[in-house]
Design a protein around this ligand. Structure first.
Ligand code: SF4
Ligand code: SF4
Length: 350
């Protein structure tokens, strides 16, 4: 028996022992590169050709039977995924490729993924999924009630123009339209809201306010700064931890740096960046999770777009676009925080 594989991963319980036992019983594992050619022979057998990585040469095997492993995502994912507004990975399995999500959790509270719908899992791992979800559900329901922070994010109905922008952008599907007298207005469903603030930033009517990270609150922090500062908007999920860590490790960085925490880099509006410059900042950094790893899915991408927009604006005004920059970093990357703020200081600081 030959097993042709590109990378042999033995990451589930008992798999290493099974692999060793198979080898002891004479199964040969070949690591191949490129494509495998399979040709049927006249005598009913099959010829298999592949490049063996260790030998660096092509091997040719004549086999009685060829078993081709084919892992395919659930056919329903394409249809049901968008309806539930849950993501799929690059292969089409349910589950966003996002480091902030535990394997069984979806981007929506109360929707979980178990077993082969989220990948090629063996029965042991599938049953571990069941246990994990059982714990999550127990946590949700065991007390008979849920604690939810209410009105952390609030829509002002009089200002809402029912444009649906917030509904389209909310990464956790926490906004719906509700009838209010003669018209429909957006309403936040508090148990599903994750407080990222993306909706408040994209609402064209400025009808959404966050109780903690309101526009007024952010602008007040900017206005309280003296001139000549480097303003750093730090995502609470990543950059803020990196900055905190840099402080704890007593890593030296310029004293002109002023940090403004935001729930997600996507909460940073062009208005906030421009206000910082109007108030005499020499540079602005927007720091969030690396691309593809935003807890709120595309918050960092939105932030990058806004930073680019402000860069273009500055350049059109004859100013240096390098005065504003988007940076992606993880919560443990204190060195990168220090490197970026020091780099900005060197570039534009006075
Ligand atoms: S984006 Fe603003 S105006 Fe549009 S529906 Fe949402 S709250 Fe209303
Ligand atoms: S704060 Fe974030 S999760 Fe909550 S409603 Fe707004 S966009 Fe959705």
């Amino acid at each position: 028996v030959y097993v042709l594989c590109k990378n042999l991963k033995v990451d589930s319980q008992g798999a290493e022992a099974l692999y060793r036992e198979a080898r002891d019983r004479g199964v040969l594992f070949l690591k191949f590169d490129g494509k495998v050619k399979i040709e049927p022979l006249e005598d009913g057998r099959v010829k298999v050709k592949a490049k063996d990585v260790l030998l660096g040469d092509e091997v040719e095997l004549t086999c009685d039977l060829v078993v081709v492993e084919e892992v395919s995502p659930p056919p329903s994912a394409e249809e049901i995924g968008p309806k539930l507004r849950v993501g799929t990975d690059s292969q089409g399995f349910y589950q966003d490729e996002n480091v902030h999500l535990y394997p069984v959790l979806s981007r929506r509270k109360g929707i979980f993924f178990v077993g082969s719908c989220r990948g090629d899992l063996d029965p042991v791992r599938a049953s571990m999924d069941v246990s994990s979800v059982a714990i999550e559900v127990y946590e949700l329901l065991s007390r008979g009630k849920m604690s939810v922070e209410i009105e952390r994010v609030k829509v002002e109905p009089d200002k809402c123009r029912s444009c649906l922008t917030c509904i389209r952008f909310c990464p956790h599907s926490a906004i719906r339209l509700t009838r209010l007298e003669e018209r429909e207005v957006a309403q936040i469903y508090d148990p599903a809201c994750d407080g990222c603030g993306l909706c408040a930033t994209v609402c064209p009517a400025k009808a959404i306010a966050l109780s903690r990270e309101s526009d007024d609150g952010i602008l007040a922090q900017i206005e309280a700064m003296e001139e000549g500062r480097i303003v750093v908007f730090c995502c609470a999920e990543s950059a803020y931890h990196a900055a905190d860590r840099a402080g704890m490790l007593k890593m030296a960085y310029p004293s002109q740096v002023r940090i403004i925490p935001v729930p997600c880099a996507g909460r940073v509006d062009t208005l906030h960046i421009l206000k910082a410059f109007e108030n005499g900042a020499t540079g602005v950094l927007v720091m969030g999770c690396p691309e593809g790893a935003c807890r709120h899915l595309e918050g960092n991408i939105r932030a990058r777009e806004r930073v680019r927009y402000v860069q273009n604006m500055l350049e059109e005004m004859g100013l240096d676009g390098k005065r504003v920059k988007m940076v992606g970093l993880g919560p443990d990357m204190a060195w990168k925080f220090v490197q970026e703020v020091s780099g900005m200081m060197k570039e534009v600081g006075k």
